[in-house]
Ligand binder design. Structure first.
Ligand SMILES: *[C@@H]1O[C@H](CO)[C@@H](O)[C@H](O)[C@H]1NC(C)=O
Ligand SMILES: *[C@@H]1O[C@H](CO)[C@@H](O)[C@H](O)[C@H]1NC(C)=O
Ligand SMILES: *[C@@H]1O[C@H](CO)[C@@H](O)[C@H](O)[C@H]1NC(C)=O
Ligand SMILES: *[C@@H]1O[C@H](CO)[C@@H](O)[C@H](O)[C@H]1NC(C)=O
Length: 203
């Protein structure tokens, strides 16, 4: 019984992400990725998903670790250490191989410039989203709430004016990280096209 539990734990590919990691790096499948340790320490050691750096596909030199020929098992959490002191952590993923369309739907309940978007994605993924507002300025990344593969986030465009015609569409960029891969896409729309006021129920 204990042996079985141990086996299942060992098969877990990478730590499941619970939040968007502060630092991540996207590499191409079979390409090389250089991970930098942000430190002034001259000598660092590396772990991948908590395991000491193994094997020959990695070249550690000074403050950098080069992953040669990135594949899915090489994705995950790379941390650099000075002895037992954690210095820096970078989450490494493979760029999305399939560019499939996503079901993003956005809805505003009024012409006040705030709205909510939802979409579906891999259950294990974490997402964040960012708005380029109608005046061209770039908003902050907003973490998305996720449940059973459905994600959503709320936004506001303070530069939106309900009395003037929108000349430029808003652009919403979504970034997602699953255990091993990176998803990136964006949509453009006008708020006037997504306003669906709550209507009174017909009697
Ligand atoms: C590196 O670390 C310094 C100090 O902690 C921080 O100010 C800086 O933003 C970091 N740079 C990167 C690229 O993470
Ligand atoms: C990565 O590993 C470090 C060190 O073990 C840990 O502090 C951090 O929370 C991990 N990050 C993720 C996203 O799993
Ligand atoms: C989009 O949503 C529809 C209905 O909910 C579903 O049938 C379809 O598979 C979804 N497409 C993607 C790419 O997830
Ligand atoms: C994600 O896509 C945007 C364009 O929509 C691009 O500017 C950005 O560099 C992409 N990010 C990565 C990490 O590929």
């Amino acid at each position: 019984m204990l042996g079985l539990v141990g086996l299942l734990l060992c098969l877990t590919p990478a730590d499941a992400l619970t939040a968007f990691p502060p630092k991540f790096q996207v590499g191409k499948l079979n390409g090389d990725v250089v991970v930098k340790c942000n430190t002034s320490e001259q000598r660092v050691t590396w772990t991948q998903n908590g395991e000491p750096e193994p094997m020959a596909e990695f070249v550690a030199k000074g403050q950098t670790l080069t992953i040669l020929g990135l594949d899915l098992p090489a994705a995950g959490n790379y941390s650099c250490w000075a002895g037992t002191v954690l210095l820096d952590t970078t989450y490494v993923v493979v760029s999305g191989t399939r560019e499939e369309g996503m079901n993003i739907s956005c809805q505003a309940e009024s012409y006040h410039g705030s709205f909510r978007c939802s979409w579906n994605g891999p259950r294990s993924a974490v997402f964040r989203a960012r708005l380029t507002r109608s005046d061209g300025s770039l908003g902050k990344w907003v973490p998305a709430a996720g449940r059973h593969g459905w994600f959503s986030a709320s936004f506001a465009d303070p530069s939106f004016c309900p009395f003037a015609e929108e000349l430029r569409p808003l652009q919403l960029q979504l970034e997602g990280l699953s255990d091993t891969s990176y998803l990136n896409f964006s949509i453009q729309f006008f708020i006037r096209d997504i306003v669906r006021p709550k209507t009174h129920r017909r009697i």
